[in-house]
Write a protein that binds this ligand. Structure first.
Ligand SMILES: [Zn+2]
Length: 514
C-alpha cells in the first residue's frame, strides 16, 4: 500500500511541543493511527529541539512500505522560505521497533539572516554567467535558503534560466546565487534524461520505434540508452526535435519530424548493428555515436559525415530525382565513415579512398539487412529508396555489378585509383558481394576472370571485412594490401586452410586483385 499526499501545507499545529513556533504542520493525520503518530511525533521533537524559532517542518508525503513501516517526509522552511537541503524523513518501523530520521542536511540554521541584499533581477544577472548556450524563454528567481550539506548556509536565489545548449539540447539551468553577495553557489540542469520509446512515422522506413527522452512538457528526439546517447536535430532551426505525445512525424515531408525519424532510426539501427554484431560500442568504440541533422540546405541531394563535429547531415533532395536522403543504408554508410576514421583511417583519395567508400557501402548494406525492415529490405543496392517514384529502380551504387551505374569499376586496373572514390569503390564492393553471396547469387555477379566464386554468407564476409578494417588496414592500404588484410582477418577468424580463407582469395582474384 502506498499513500501519497499532496505537498500542500495545512496550518494545523499537531503534536504541540510547547512552542507554537516549532509546530510540525501536518495534513495527514488520517493515515496514521495514534501510536504511529506518537512515535513520529517523538522523533519530530528531536528535529525541532535544535531548530531556529522561525523554522517549520511541513509534511510532504507519507509512504507506508510493504512491511507496514511509515516513512514521513518533511520539508523545512526558515522565515517562510523554502530550505534546500532541509528535507528529512522520519521512519516509524512499527510498534516496539526502532524509528529513526534521515536528514538531507543537519546543518544548523540558527541565527541565519533571511534578508536578501540583491533583488531578483540582480541575482538573475549573476546567474546568467553560468549559462552556456543561447538564452530564450522566461527566467524566474525564487528567494530561498541553501542549506545543502558541507556548505555554509546562506539566503539565496534559485534562478531558472531557459534556452538551448550549444549542441541544440533544450536547457533549463537552475543556478543558486547568494542573495547577499551574488556569489554562484551551484547549478544543475533541469532537463533530465528519462528514456522513453516513441513511435516514429518515417518517410523511408515506415512506422518504427525510436529511442526518445522525457523532458518537461513532452519528449525530445534523443536516445539515452545506446552508449553515451545521440540525438537528431533540425538543421533549419538548430534545435533537437521535440514532441508532446512521443508520436513523431506523419510519414511525409509535410511534417519536418518525419525525416528526423528516419535519421534517428538509422542511427539507432547502425549503433545496434555495430554493438550486437561486432561488439563495437558506438562509432568511436567509447560510447559516442555522434548526432544527426536533417533538412540541410535547400533541395540538397546528398548526405555527409564530418569527423570535426562527429555528426551526420542529410539533405531533403530536390524532389525530382531524390526524396529526403534519410535512408537506412545511407545512415549506415555515413556513420561507417566515422568508424573508418577511428580505425584504419583510410585516406580519402586514390585506392585507399575507394576502400574507404566501399567500407561505408558494405556496412551501410549490412545495416539495412540487420534492420530487417519490410519497408526497406536488405539488398546490395545503395540508396535505392531515396529516389523519387519516377526514378524507381535506380540506386547510387550496385554492389553485385558496380558498372551498372555507368561509372564504377567492376574490376581492378592500374588506373582505378584515379577514379572518384565513389567509383573506385566498385572493386571492393564487387569483391564483398562475391565473397558473401557468390557469383551465382541473386542477382548474379559476373567475375572479371570468368571463374565462379562460392559465397560464404553475409555474416562471415562482414566479420572478415570488419576485422581487416579495424586490425590490419592503415591509412595507405591499397587494393593489393586489402587482399592481404582480409586474408589475415579470415585466417584469424576461421583458420587457414578454411573455406572462408580460400573464398577471400578467390573473390579478390575474381575482381583482378592478385
Ligand atoms: Zn561515403
Amino acid at each position: 500500500m502506498k499513500r501519497m499526499l499532496p505537498a500542500a501545507v495545512a496550518t494545523l499545529a499537531l503534536w504541540g511541543c510547547g512552542d507554537s513556533n516549532h509546530a510540525i504542520v501536518n495534513d495527514s493525520r488520517e493515515v496514521m493511527d495514534a501510536s504511529q503518530q506518537s512515535v513520529i511525533a517523538s522523533r519530530a521533537m528531536g528535529l525541532v529541539a535544535s531548530s531556529d524559532a522561525s523554522e517549520k517542518f511541513v509534511t510532504r508525503t507519507v509512504f507506508v512500505d510493504d512491511t507496514g513501516a511509515e516513512h514521513v517526509r518533511f520539508d523545512r522552511t526558515l522565515g517562510g522560505l523554502r530550505v534546500l537541503g532541509g528535507d528529512v524523513v522520519v521512519h516509524n518501523r512499527g510498534a516496539g521497533l526502532a524509528s529513526d530520521v534521515t536528514w538531507a542536511s543537519d546543518v544548523s540554521l540558527k541565527g541565519l539572516s533571511t534578508k536578501p541584499v540583491l533583488d531578483a533581477a540582480a541575482a538573475t544577472t549573476y546567474a546568467e554567467k553560468a549559462f552556456v548556450g543561447k538564452r530564450s524563454g522566461p527566467s524566474s528567481a525564487e528567494l530561498m535558503v541553501d542549506a545543502r550539506p558541507d556548505l555554509k548556509p546562506a539566503v539565496s536565489y534559485e534562478v531558472v534560466l531557459e534556452g538551448v545548449r550549444p549542441d541544440g539540447t533544450p536547457s533549463e539551468l537552475h543556478v543558486l546565487v547568494d542573495a547577499r553577495t551574488g556569489e554562484l553557489r551551484g547549478s544543475w540542469e533541469g532537463v533530465e534524461t528519462t528514456a522513453a520509446v516513441g513511435t516514429g512515422k518515417s518517410i523511408n522506413s515506415g512506422t518504427v520505434s525510436i529511442g526518445t527522452n522525457t523532458i518537461s512538457g513532452g519528449y525530445e528526439m534523443r536516445d539515452v540508452t545506446r552508449g553515451n546517447g545521440f540525438y537528431t536535430m533540425n538543421y533549419a532551426t538548430g534545435l533537437v526535435f521535440t514532441d508532446a505525445d512521443n508520436v513523431w512525424g506523419n510519414g511525409a515531408t509535410s511534417d519536418a519530424a518525419s525525416s528526423g525519424v528516419d535519421a534517428h532510426y538509422g542511427q539507432q539501427v547502425t549503433y545496434d548493428y555495430y554493438k550486437n554484431v561486432h561488439n563495437r560500442n558506438g562509432i568511436d568504440n567509447a560510447g559516442n555515436t555522434g548526432y544527426s541533422r536533417v533538412h540541410y540546405g535547400t533541395k540538397y541531394n546528398n548526405a555527409f559525415w564530418q569527423d570535426s563535429c562527429f555528426c551526420m547531415t542529410y539533405g531533403d533532395g530536390d524532389g525530382t530525382t531524390f526524396r529526403p536522403l534519410t535512408a537506412l543504408d545511407v545512415a549506415g554508410h555515413e556513420m561507417s565513415h566515422g568508424v573508418t576514421s577511428r580505425t584504419a583511417g583510410l585516406v580519402y583519395s586514390g585506392e585507399s579512398g575507394g576502400l574507404n567508400e566501399a567500407t561505408s557501402d558494405i556496412f551501410g548494406s549490412m545495416v539495412e539487412f540487420y534492420a530487417n525492415n519490410a519497408n526497406d529490405p536488405g539488398d546490395y543496392l545503395i540508396g535505392e529508396v531515396i529516389y523519387t517514384p519516377t526514378k524507381a529502380g535506380d540506386a547510387l551504387r550496385y554492389m553485385y555489378k558496380p558498372n551498372t551505374d555507368g561509372s564504377s569499376a567492376n574490376c581492378w586496373s592500374s588506373t582505378v585509383g584515379s577514379l572518384d572514390v565513389h567509383y573506385s569503390s566498385g572493386v571492393a564492393n564487387h569483391f564483398f558481394y562475391l565473397l558473401a553471396e557468390g557469383s551465382a547469387g541473386n542477382p548474379v555477379s559476373p567475375t572479371c576472370n570468368g571463374l565462379a566464386v562460392a559465397g560464404i554468407g553475409r555474416d562471415a564476409a562482414a566479420k572478415i571485412w570488419y576485422r581487416a578494417l579495424t586490425v590490419y588496414m592503415t591509412s595507405s592500404t591499397n587494393y593489393k594490401a586489402a587482399r592481404t588484410a582480409t586474408l589475415n582477418a579470415a585466417k584469424d577468424l576461421y583458420g587457414n586452410p578454411s573455406t572462408q580463407y580460400t573464398a577471400v582469395g578467390a573473390a579478390w582474384t575474381a575482381v583482378s586483385v592478385n
